[in-house]
Design a binder for this molecule. Structure first.
Ligand code: ARG
Ligand code: ZN
Length: 879
């Protein structure tokens, strides 16, 4: 193993720390080129562990001095760690003082302390604190923090850290200081500091118990007019967690700070959440409805971490889903509760399931498949995944399904009674929910249920019906299986809650219930039926599984028309569409959409009472990646062509209906991002796209002209961007001038420019034109590969979100990908490793893509100085 390379870490090797750090006093002299950090800790031996040297983690630090109880001491370095052998014996605490420097200006990894737009920010999760000072950088070491910040007052007027501001004032030479004390013990990954020229929107709120709190959203001076929605979302989050789970805000002050250089979405540092600007800044002129919705859920997510993550944290990083799965579940529930009506809740549920099935299912079937609670990792940052987050949230959701909503709330209360202030495991969480519900199937089957945490892979449930007309008995034979995943050949049956209903010939619901499948084979029996029913299975997507049921087209059409479960209504349309796509792909030829399917789509589009948002979801064809997952061998260009052809047929066959839908939805009134008006804008946008597609086929110029007009006149970003997108997707001649105009209008709005790059990189490929366009955009003065949002908007939009353009037979897409992975790895390994995942599913590709993709991965893997992050991804891909 070379210097800097670490070994694989195993969950089974967990050991309690040999020392505890009780208090930390940090003093920062902030300077971009050389920041000085004085770290004074009170440490004591852990009496439960045999005596051993203290080994402190560190990364890219310059060590100046180490003192134990005020005296110099001997130390050595061991693989980046600072090792202290001659420490005081016995159980008495001692004081360890460490003085280091680091260089925030050169920190392009954006982990630890870094500079963005002349301000200082930190990101410590998972292992960034060791880039600030030597420490026991592991979540089960919880300490009390006092932080003194010193910096130039003119350049850095705002100085923030966790907790409460207890002192501040001026120093000589134009410098000033601020002292912060966090009243709660915390693991170091929740430490944060911010320093810079920032302004805040402020809001005072009074909690249920009458206590006053100050909420602040800090942004750069020009961005204050984009903070209202984030503040509203924060207030709603505080109120929701109190109302739904009885969990209050435990700090006098709660701060959100936005930065435009951030590896992920946001970070829940205690009392000082740091956000990617993408999830804070919004006004109607610059942000779409989707942005508004994402801000609501990410603000909620980070706020909810204050209890699920911060008050109760993870024992070790294998338990990441303890906080992430649970907190995603909580933010999903929050958004559903805010959406209000049942139909709006269902729309949110469909959107969440769509993410799970298009992103998590492929992950679970590919080389990076891992359990919700992984067993090993080389680089923990590679495990902030859709499996840990979204599948983890589904596991929590199943618990709620099995114990009921009230039972789940009882379980949460018990969880906090038992574990508040501690670092615990996924087992502890499941145990608390079960123990609060001893009459539930969760309690009864807890051991088996926990296989959701330990077994990777998406279970398949096969359901075969039997109808006995003579006795009116309907039987459903159920069986489950789970395919092998890397390192897990054999799987045991899991606990699968199946919500079901039966629809009669007349479209009425005959029966419904919940069947908990625990065996490999089982039968569900319903008696006394007058005629053969159509089953609606896995309602609301009650478990994250693949359900195989041989529906006839007629049955699916009946479900689409009559099911009382909106999720399964949508699902019926998806099944019909996937079926058409697969038939066309297997027969190598053109798709001809089934006339009944087209009529059903027309019926939905014309439906007098259905919500626009729901119509938009039903009329949107399944994603190319979702279709590809149903195939053993994938030709992404062919999948793209088939889906395009289906879209064209829907565009042409339903043209008058799209026109009607557009006219009926195009005016959504004064802008507000609520579910009803955003649904109207979404459907108007989808209609306009189809009308532009139809126009291209018939060489009509009227609709592209209307789209251009709407693009120019729109009073909000959603309508403007949807019109621009319709022109691009429809391949109109007006797309070029519209793109130019859009750039000119928003040249100073970084987040809007990200959309501009992403739209072009994600455009439908016409004769291989997207890759050259992407390469050209890399030369654009506004492109900057060092900014993660910008890199994602151009490079990821092409490599990860545009399969029809990326998977070229000439391999040029893959060569481009390997160049970018290697280029980014030298700058920011986390971002590079995410991009490396774009070829996860290479083994499924048809030749010549398969061989070319393997070559490109091997090319990356052969690079000598790869980060652990990228090395882990490409090694697993080739294994
Ligand atoms: N805990 C954060 C969130 O989900 C994510 C931070 C991940 N950061 C990282 N470098 N892996 O809210
Ligand atoms: Zn989170």
């Amino acid at each position: 193993m070379r210097e800097g390379q670490t070994a694989v870490i195993h969950r089974a090797d967990y050991q309690a720390p040999a020392y505890w750090i009780d208090t930390v006093e940090l003093c920062f002299d902030l300077d971009p080129a050389k920041t000085r950090v004085l770290n004074r800790m009170r440490i004591r031996r852990n009496p439960d562990v045999p005596p051993q040297p203290l080994k402190l983690d560190g990364d890219e630090l310059n060590l100046a001095r180490v003192l134990v109880n005020g005296q110099g001491t001997s130390f050595k370095m061991e693989g980046g760690r600072l090792v202290l052998e001659n420490l005081p014996e016995g159980s008495e605490p001692f004081e360890l003082e460490i003085f280091t420097t680091c260089c925030p200006a050169k920190n392009s990894k954006l982990m630890g302390l870094y500079v963005s737009n002349d301000s200082f920010f930190t990101q410590c999760e998972a292992e960034g604190f060791r880039r600030i000072t030597y420490f026991l950088d592991r979540p089960d070491v919880m300490a009390s923090y006092t932080v003194l910040l010193r910096a130039d007052k003119r350049k850095y007027p705002v100085l923030l850290s966790n907790g409460n501001l207890v002192d501040h004032g001026d120093l000589e030479d134009g410098r000033h200081f601020a002292k912060w004390v966090d009243p709660f013990r915390k693991p170091c990954y929740l430490f944060a500091l911010v320093a810079g020229q920032l302004v805040a929107r402020e809001q005072k709120i009074v909690a249920r118990n009458g206590k006053e709190h100050l909420l602040q959203v800090f942004v750069r001076p020009g961005d204050l007019d984009k903070t209202e929605h984030a503040m509203n979302s924060l207030m709603a989050s505080v109120a929701w967690d109190e109302a739904r789970f009885g969990l209050p805000l435990d700090l006098e002050r709660f701060m959100i700070v936005a930065t435009s250089d951030f590896n992920m979405g946001a970070m829940e540092n205690k009392g000082l959440n740091i956000f990617n600007t993408k999830y804070v800044l919004a006004n109607q002129a610059t942000a779409t409805d989707t942005d508004f919705g994402n801000i609501e859920s990410v603000v909620g997510h980070e706020y909810f971490h204050n209890w699920t993550g911060n008050r109760v944290t993870c024992r070790d990083w294998f338990q990441l889903s303890l906080k992430e799965g649970l907190t995603v579940f909580r933010d999903q529930e929050f958004s559903q509760d805010l959406a209000g009506e049942a139909s709006a809740r269902a729309v949110k549920r469909i959107e969440d399931v769509r993410v799970l099935r298009t992103a998590q299912f492929p992950e679970d079937a590919g080389p990076m498949a891992h359990p919700v609670r992984p067993d090993q990792y080389l680089e923990i940052n590679n495990f902030y995944t859709v499996t840990v987050y979204e599948k983890g949230a589904e596991v929590v959701r199943m618990m709620q399904t099995l114990v009921g909503r009230e039972g789940f709330e009882r379980g949460m209360t018990l969880y906090f009674q038992r574990h508040d202030g501690h670092a615990v495991t996924c087992d502890d969480f499941a145990q608390a929910i079960a123990d609060a519900n001893t009459q539930s199937p969760l309690y009864e089957k807890l051991g088996q249920f926990k296989r959701w945490y330990s077994q990777a892979g998406t279970p398949r449930v096969r359901a075969v019906p039997q109808w006995e007309a003579g006795t009116g008995t309907w039987r459903l034979q159920l069986s489950q299986s789970n395919p092998p995943t890397p390192g897990q050949a054999d799987k045991q049956p899991q606990v699968i809650p199946i919500a079901w209903g039966l629809i009669g010939q007349d479209g009425r619901e005959l029966a419904s219930g919940m069947h908990v499948l625990t065996e490999a084979h089982d039968t569900l029996v319903v008696e006394n039926l007058a005629s053969e029913p159509v089953p609606s299975l896995l309602r609301g997507f009650s478990a994250p599984v693949i359900l195989d049921f041989d529906y006839s087209d007629g049955q699916l059409l009946a479900l689409l028309e009559h099911d009382t479960d909106p999720f399964n209504r949508w699902e019926a349309a998806q099944r019909l569409a996937v079926r058409s796509a697969l038939a066309a792909i297997h027969h190598g030829g053109e798709v001809t959409l089934d006339a009944h399917f087209v009529e059903a789509m027309r019926h939905i589009l014309r439906h007098p009472t259905l919500d626009s948002a729901f119509k938009e979801l039903v009329l949107t064809l399944p994603a190319e990646t979702y279709i590809a997952e149903q195939l053993d061998v994938v030709d992404p260009q062919h999948v793209h062509a088939v889906r395009e052809s289906m879209r064209q047929q829907l565009a042409t066959a339903l043209q008058p209906d799209w026109e009607a839908a557009y006219e009926a939805n195009k005016d959504s009134g004064a802008y507000s991002p609520d579910p009803v008006s955003s649904g109207r804008r979404a459907l108007a946008g989808l209609a306009l796209t189809h009308l532009c597609i139809a126009a291209r086929l018939s060489s009509d110029t009227v609709w592209p002209g209307k789209a251009y007009q709407r693009f120019k006149d729109a009073s909000n970003m959603t309508d403007r961007f949807n019109a621009l997108s319709a022109l691009v997707v429809g391949g109109s001649d007006l797309a070029r001038p519209a793109l130019q105009k859009f750039h000119a209008m928003f040249k100073d709005e970084a987040l809007v420019l990200d959309k501009w790059f992403a739209l072009q990189a994600g455009a439908p490929d016409r004769g291989g034109n997207v890759l050259p366009a992407v390469k050209q955009l890399m030369q654009h003065p506004d492109f900057n590969v060092r900014n993660p949002n910008r890199a994602r908007s151009l490079i990821f939009s092409y490599c990860s979100a545009n399969p029809g353009a990326f998977h070229r037979a000439d391999a040029a897409g893959y060569v481009f990908w390997s160049d970018r992975v290697m280029e980014l790895d030298a700058i920011n390994p986390q971002v590079a490793a995410r991009l490396a995942r774009a070829l996860d599913r290479w083994r499924k590709l048809a030749e010549p893509m398969r061989g070319a993709a393997r070559e490109a991965i091997a090319r990356v893997a052969a690079k000598p100085d790869l980060s652990n992050d990228v090395r882990e991804v490409v090694t697993r891909a080739l294994a």
